[in-house]
Design a protein around this ligand. Structure first.
Ligand SMILES: Cc1cc2nc3c(=O)[nH]c(=O)nc-3n(C[C@H](O)[C@H](O)[C@H](O)COP(=O)(O)O)c2cc1C
Length: 366
């Protein structure tokens, strides 16, 4: 089945992209993912001076289910790529030459300096990549150099820096937004004012994964100490879905959305598409399951399209958005449907009569 989708004039063989991070850390893994069937990839974020990027070990931490060992949350304190720009430029050229039909998106980040952003943009575009993703959202490490989410948390900076890039770029520019902000619509709209044709959301959520009760040290522990890091994996998905839906309802129609956050299978990916994402990105899911997970993503999407009689991936995008409303409207609709019994169920005395877990189950939809 044809799963392709055209976004900002670029044809993606399918909507599934590697999210920026370890899955897209060099040409070899990018090639492996395209061989496996991914429609595209956002490579690991790069900057002009890799020598300033020094990673620590360990830099990951997992939150596991209490009932089995399944990973439900994942923290990282990893920085952007520590590989030299010259190596990356050569690898972008090579990957684009070998995989002309797969979409290669370069994730870039720089300091607050127009010349540096524009130099990086020009040099990277020259390699033939299909689009840019501006990393305004890495919440740790880079922020100490006023990069990443230090920009995405300030709409004025987001707009200005995006406009520096769009002034020289001739390919589509997406801005990747941080969820560590009260209203993600503000910096996203600022990026659009700066010329972005797409928004990617979300990057990781600031977190502390846990504390070791033997050593009393917070984790991940590097020489006895830590810093708060970025939270990802399935635990963040509901927050990402909420933010993507808010963006889909607020952004101009021509601005594309790439949904990210806790996607682990086709079911999760389709949820993001129904809420307005025309492509989806997966990072932690690939780190935990490997690139072959794309088989299930493609099969699951094809089956969903057949079952629900969708003729193209595009038709799914935003299909569930009309079902968001206001709480007042829900109350009105409920009354109109004469569901007085359900309404009365909220009465205090019923809570008192029943066990609270029973009452919670009664009021839950799934
Ligand atoms: C180890 C790790 C490294 C990451 N590095 C980057 C990065 O270099 N640039 C970037 O934009 N996002 C980076 N991210 C964020 C992911 O691309 C993604 O936005 C986030 O993890 C949520 O999606 P997920 O739950 O599918 O991982 C990284 C995430 C992880 C777990």
């Amino acid at each position: 089945m044809d799963l392709s989708i055209t976004v900002n004039g670029i044809k993606f063989p399918n909507p599934f992209l590697l999210g920026s991070g370890p899955p897209g850390t060099n040409a070899r893994v990018l090639a492996k993912s395209f061989d496996a069937g991914w429609g595209g990839a956002v490579a690991k974020t790069i900057s002009l001076e890799s020598s300033k990027v020094v990673n620590v070990v360990p830099r990951y931490g997992k939150l596991r289910s209490r009932s089995n060992s399944e990973v439900i949350g994942f923290e990282n304190i990893e920085l952007i790529s520590d590989r030299p720009i010259e190596v990356w430029l050569e690898e972008f050229r090579q990957v684009k030459k070998e995989y002309p039909k797969n979409v290669l998106i370069a994730s870039i980040m720089e300091e607050y300096n127009k010349e540096r952003w524009q130099e990086l943009t020009r040099r990277v575009e020259d390699t033939g990549v299909d689009a840019f993703e501006l990393n305004f959202s890495c919440p740790h490490g880079m922020t100490e150099r006023k990069m990443g989410s230090e920009m995405g948390e300030h709409p004025d900076l987001t707009e200005e820096v995006t406009s520096w890039v769009t002034e020289v770029a001739t390919i589509p520019v997406w801005a990747k937004m941080t969820p560590n902000i009260t209203n993600i619509k503000e910096p996203s709209l600022a990026a659009v004012r700066g010329g972005a044709s797409g928004i990617s959301a979300i990057n990781t959520i600031l977190s502390v994964i846990g504390v070791n009760l033997d050593t009393l040290r917070p984790m991940p522990t590097v020489e006895g100490h830590t810093v708060p890091g970025g939270y990802s994996s399935q635990a963040v998905r509901p927050i990402a879905l909420r933010m993507v839906s808010q963006l889909a309802l607020a952004l101009p129609k021509e601005v594309s959305l790439s949904g990210i956050g806790g996607i682990e299978n086709s079911h999760d990916a389709i949820e993001f598409m129904l809420l307005g994402a025309s492509t989806v990105q997966i990072c932690t899911g690939v780190m935990l399951q490997g690139v072959k997970m794309v088989d299930e993503l493609r099969e699951g999407l094809a089956k969903f399209m057949t079952d629900k009689a969708f003729n193209s991936s595009q038709e799914i995008v935003g299909k569930s958005l009309p079902y968001f409303s206001t709480h007042m409207d829900l109350v009105k609709k409920m009354k109109e449907a004469k569901r007085h019994k359900a309404g009365e169920a909220a009465r205090d005395n019923e809570w008192a009569q029943k066990d609270i877990t029973e009452k919670t189950a009664e009021l839950t939809s799934n």
